[in-house]
Design a binder for this molecule. Structure first.
Ligand SMILES: [Zn+2]
Ligand SMILES: [Zn+2]
Length: 145
C-alpha cells in the first residue's frame, strides 16, 4: 500500500479519536512502518530518540494503542505484563513463538494449524474472525547457554 495513503488514513484515525495530528504521532507511525520487528514501547522510544525524535513514553503508548485499535499495528501480550508491537501494514498472517528466556520472537505459519482452526469453527457453525496463537519456547541459543 502507498505510504502517503497510510499516513493519511492514520491522520483520519487520530482525528476520529478527537486527538490532534502532531509530528510526533506521525513519527511514531513511520517508525512502526519502517521496522518489521516486534518491539516493546521502550525500544520504540529509544529508536525514536536515536533518530532525533523526542516523544514521551506516554505519547508512544497512547499512539500505539490508537494504531492497534485502528488496525495499523498489532499488540502481542508476551506474558509478565509485557507487550510487543509490530506493524500490520501489508502483513501476511503469521503466528509467533516467544522465547521465555531471551524474549526473541520467531514468526511461523503452519497451514495445517490454520486449516484445523477453521474446521473447529465451522463444525460449530461459527465464523472465524481472527486468531492469535503463541508458542512459548526456549530458543536454541538459550538452550545451549
Ligand atoms: Zn532465547
Ligand atoms: Zn509478527
Amino acid at each position: 500500500m502507498n505510504r502517503n495513503k497510510i499516513i493519511n488514513e492514520f491522520k483520519d484515525a487520530i482525528r476520529s479519536e478527537n486527538l490532534k495530528v502532531t509530528a510526533q504521532r506521525l513519527h511514531i507511525l513511520q517508525n512502526l512502518m519502517d521496522n518489521p520487528n516486534h518491539r516493546e514501547c521502550e525500544e520504540i522510544f529509544q529508536d525514536l530518540l536515536q533518530k532525533g525524535t523526542i516523544v514521551s513514553r506516554a505519547t508512544i503508548y497512547r499512539t500505539l494503542d490508537l494504531a492497534v485499535k485502528h488496525g495499523f499495528a498489532r499488540k502481542m501480550d508476551i506474558g509478565e505484563g509485557k507487550a510487543r508491537y509490530e506493524n500490520r501494514i501489508n502483513e501476511t498472517h503469521h503466528d509467533h513463538m516467544v522465547c521465555t528466556q531471551c524474549g526473541k520472537i520467531t514468526e511461523f505459519v503452519n497451514n495445517d494449524i490454520e486449516r484445523i482452526q477453521r474446521e473447529i469453527c465451522s463444525a460449530k457453525n461459527y465464523q472465524l474472525i481472527k486468531h492469535s496463537h503463541q508458542l512459548f519456547v526456549i530458543c536454541n541459543e538459550c538452550q545451549s547457554n
